[in-house]
Design a protein around this ligand. Structure first.
Ligand code: GAP
Length: 451
C-alpha cells in the first residue's frame, strides 16, 4: 500500500472516530450539510476548550506582559479597508467551464504535481493552458482570477454601501483597534501583548481535509507590541515559545517544522514569516504562523482613523509607533494535530485496539467510573459514591455502565480516557477499586481514599 493511501486511511479513521464517538460532526448534517462548517459534539467541545484554556493559561494568565481582549466579530467596514483585506484578501479561483463549479487554482495545480509558490495569476493561467490542466470533472478551465474571501453582510435595517460589514477573517484586527484603549487604561511597559481567542470566517473556495480548511473556524492570536530596535530578538523568542506550546500539546517535536516563508509568498503586511508546519496524515501542512507585521496595522489606523497610535516610553519624551510580532494559532488545526498524534492502533489479547493517546491534561474525560455489573444495586451505589468524589475533584469524569467491562474499556480507549475506575465485589469489602491505565492497559488496586 502506498504511503499516501496509508495516510488517507488514517485520516478517514480519525474522521470516522470523531463522528462515531461524538467529537465532530458535519455542520447542518440533518439538512444535508453546509460545506466548510463543522459542529462540535460533547467530547469535541471538551477537547477544544482544554486546548484553548491551556493556551490562555500559558500565554495570558501565566505572563505579566500579555492582556486578554474579546472584540466584536462585526466591525466597522473601515477596519477592513485600512487593513488591506477589502483589496487583497483573495485567493486564485478557476471555474469549470461546463459545470460552473469553482476551484482554487493553486490547489488544482499542486494536486497535478506543479510547484505553485510565488506564481502570479497569469503564471497559473499559462501553466493551465500549456499543460491542458482540466477540472476534477475532466472539463476545461477558465482563466485564473481573484476571489475575495470575506463574508459580506449588512448591519442594520438599511442595505446600502454604508451598512456593509464583514464577518472578521482574522481576530487580529479586533486587537489592533483596541491597542489605544488598553494603553490608555493600563499603560503597560513595552514589550506587551494583547491576546484574543474567537471565531474567524473565510469563504474558502474549496474547504477540505476535514477541519483543516473550513469556512468558519477559531483563532488564538497575540499581537506583541515591541520597540522596533529589538524585533529580531523578540521574533526569535517567539519561535522558542511556539515550540514550548507544541510541546505542551504533546506533539512530537520531529513532526513540527519551521518554514521560512519567502517574500513573494508572505502576506501583504509581513516583513518576516515563519510557518510552523506539522506532519498531518494529509501531509506536511501549516499549523500556525509567526509574522513580523512591523507597524503596518497601527500606521493604517493612525492614517485612516486619524488617531494617534504612538507609544510614549515612560519617564521620557521618546515616542514611536510600536512594531508587532504576531503568533497566530488556528484552533481546528491544533485540534487536528492533537487528534492525529494521539490516534494509535495496537493489539490487545490478539485483537486490534484503537485508542487516543491524548495527554492527560487535554483528554475530554479524565476518569470513567463503572460498577462491574450494572444490575447489582450494591455495586452501583458504591460506584456512584466513587463517581461523586472524582466528579467533584476533576469535573470531567464519566459514568459508564453500558455493555460489558471489555466494551467499556474499548469505548473509553477510543475517546482517550486515561483511567477507567471499576468497582467490584471486593470494593465492598476493602474499599479499594481497580484502576486501568489506557496506554498500557495495566490494572492496579487503589484505595478509594487515595484516589
Ligand atoms: N492574523 C494572521 C492570520 O490570520 P493566517 O495565516 O491567515 O494569519 C492563521 O491564519 C492561522 O489560522 C493559520 O495558521 C491556521 O491555523 C488558521 N486558519 C487559517 N485559515 C483557516 C481555515 N480556512 N480553516 C481552519 N484554520 C484556518
Amino acid at each position: 500500500m502506498s504511503d499516501k493511501n496509508t495516510k488517507n486511511e488514517k485520516m478517514e479513521a480519525i474522521v470516522s472516530l470523531a463522528k462515531r464517538r461524538g467529537f465532530i460532526y458535519q455542520g447542518s448534517e440533518v439538512y444535508g450539510g453546509l460545506s466548510g462548517t463543522w459542529d462540535y459534539g460533547p467530547l469535541g467541545v471538551a477537547l477544544k476548550r482544554n486546548i484553548m484554556n491551556l493556551w490562555w493559561k500559558m500565554f495570558v494568565e501565566d505572563r505579566e506582559d500579555v492582556y486578554g481582549v474579546d472584540a466584536a466579530i462585526l466591525m466597522n467596514q473601515k477596519v477592513w479597508k485600512a487593513s488591506g483585506h477589502v483589496e487583497t484578501f483573495t485567493d486564485p479561483l478557476v471555474e469549470d467551464l461546463n459545470t460552473k463549479q469553482r476551484f482554487r487554482a493553486d490547489h488544482l495545480l499542486k494536486d497535478a504535481g506543479f510547484e505553485v509558490d510565488g506564481l502570479s495569476l497569469d503564471d497559473m493561467t499559462t501553466l493551465i493552458r500549456e499543460n491542458d490542466v482540466k477540472s476534477p470533472n475532466g472539463n476545461p478551465l477558465s482563466d485564473v482570477r481573484t476571489f475575495n474571501m470575506m463574508f459580506k453582510t449588512t448591519v442594520g435595517p438599511v442595505e446600502d454601501e454604508t451598512s456593509v460589514s464583514y464577518l472578521r477573517p482574522e481576530t487580529a484586527q479586533g486587537i489592533f483597534t483596541n491597542y489605544r484603549n488598553v494603553v490608555d487604561s493600563f499603560y503597560p511597559d513595552l514589550p506587551f501583548g494583547l491576546a484574543q481567542q474567537g471565531k474567524a470566517f473565510r469563504n474558502e473556495i474549496s474547504p477540505r481535509d476535514f477541519i483543516f480548511r473550513s469556512r468558519e473556524f477559531e483563532q488564538m492570536e497575540i499581537e506583541y507590541f515591541i520597540d522596533p530596535a529589538n524585533w529580531e530578538a523578540e521574533f526569535n523568542n517567539w519561535v522558542v515559545l511556539v515550540h514550548e506550546w507544541t510541546d505542551a500539546l504533546g506533539l512530537p517535536a520531529e513532526n513540527v517544522h519551521e518554514l521560512e516563508v519567502p517574500e513573494a509568498d508572505r502576506a501583504h503586511y509581513s516583513k518576516r514569516t515563519i510557518d510552523f508546519e506539522f506532519d498531518f496524515p494529509i501531509g506536511r501542512e501549516e499549523l500556525l504562523g509567526l509574522a513580523y507585521r512591523g507597524s503596518f496595522d497601527l500606521d493604517n489606523i493612525q492614517r485612516e482613523a486619524g488617531k494617534n497610535m504612538a507609544y510614549v516610553v515612560k519617564g521620557t519624551n521618546t515616542k514611536f509607533i510600536p512594531h508587532v510580532i504576531e503568533p497566530s494559532f488556528g484552533v481546528e488545526r491544533t485540534l487536528m494535530a492533537v487528534l492525529s498524534s494521539a490516534y494509535t492502533e495496537d493489539e490487545v489479547n490478539g485483537e486490534k485496539r484503537v485508542f487516543l493517546k491524548l495527554p492527560e491534561h487535554l483528554a475530554p474525560v479524565k476518569y470513567a467510573v463503572s460498577p462491574l455489573l450494572k444490575n447489582k444495586p450494591e455495586l452501583v451505589a458504591k460506584a456512584r459514591e466513587v463517581y461523586a468524589i472524582l466528579k467533584k475533584k476533576h469535573g470531567n469524569v464519566m459514568w459508564d455502565d453500558n455493555g460489558n467491562i471489555g466494551k467499556r474499556y474499548r469505548r473509553q480507549d477510543e475517546i482517550g480516557t486515561p483511567y477507567c475506575v471499576v468497582i467490584d465485589f471486593d470494593t465492598l469489602e476493602d474499599n479499594a477499586v481497580t484502576i486501568r491505565q489506557r496506554d498500557t492497559t495495566e490494572q492496579k488496586r487503589v484505595a478509594i481514599s487515595e484516589l
